[in-house]
Design a protein around this ligand. Structure first.
Ligand SMILES: Cc1cn([C@H]2C[C@H](O)[C@@H](COP(=O)(O)OP(=O)(O)O[C@H]3O[C@H](C)C(=O)[C@H](O)[C@H]3O)O2)c(=O)[nH]c1=O
Length: 186
């Protein structure tokens, strides 16, 4: 397991080992003990999500769940290719409003750990792209929120993305009154 830090404290890039042979490959996509042995203690996951986006240029985000049901997410790409982004919205964070993006694909097997306190979104780079992610809290529609994809200065490298109705009318980051507080060292 390769573990890389990012410029946003708490956000990690994880790359599980792949055992390739003449049939293809095998990989442990999630193993708590492997991470704990490497000094990474993630919260408990209680829900797995899986979505498929038919067209390249489909953008889902920027989403969050506010307290009391904030969600940390461990994200990977099961098929195709996508650009995954986390935006720091923890009040008081030295990187408030900053974003980190990375290409996740079936080919590269990379995963992005995004703690609670971040907006999350992605744009697909290929048709029929599937995203699979583990969440640290259950879906709570009353806590579900969105911030406009184009209001955080993110270089999505996409023009006219395919959006849900909800995402098309979301608030801007400038108008967002974050419910998350920076807890240094977390
Ligand atoms: C998120 C979620 C949704 N739903 C239902 C609610 C809607 O009827 C339907 C589609 O939901 P939505 O349009 O919010 O799905 P996405 O646009 O893919 O949203 C997700 O995409 C971004 C990138 C995320 O990080 C979040 O997990 C989530 O916000 O699934 C559920 O039943 N459970 C859930 O956990």
């Amino acid at each position: 397991m390769q573990i890389e830090t990012t410029p946003l404290a708490g956000v990690l890039v994880l790359t599980p080992r792949r055992f390739a042979d003449h049939r293809g490959f095998f990989s442990e996509s999630w193993n708590r003990r492997t991470l704990e042995n490497a000094g990474v203690n993630l919260p408990e996951f209680v829900q797995d999500n899986h979505s498929m986006s038919r067209d390249a240029g489909t953008l889902r985000g920027l989403h969050f769940q506010s307290p009391p049901h904030p969600q940390g997410k461990l994200v990977r790409c099961g098929r195709g290719r996508l650009f995954d982004v986390a935006v720091d919205v923890r009040r008081g964070s030295p990187t408030y409003g900053q974003w980190f993006g990375i290409e996740l694909s079936f080919e590269n097997g990379k995963q992005l750990w995004i703690p609670a306190g971040f907006l999350h979104g992605f744009v697909t780079r290929e048709p029929d792209t599937e995203i699979i992610y583990k969440c640290t809290d259950h879906y709570a529609p009353e806590c579900d929120g969105a911030v406009r994809w184009d209001s955080a200065g993110i270089d999505w490298q996409v023009k006219g993305p395919i959006l849900s109705e909800k995402d098309a009318v979301a608030q801007t980051l400038a108008d967002f009154d974050t419910p998350f507080v920076w807890e240094s060292g977390k």
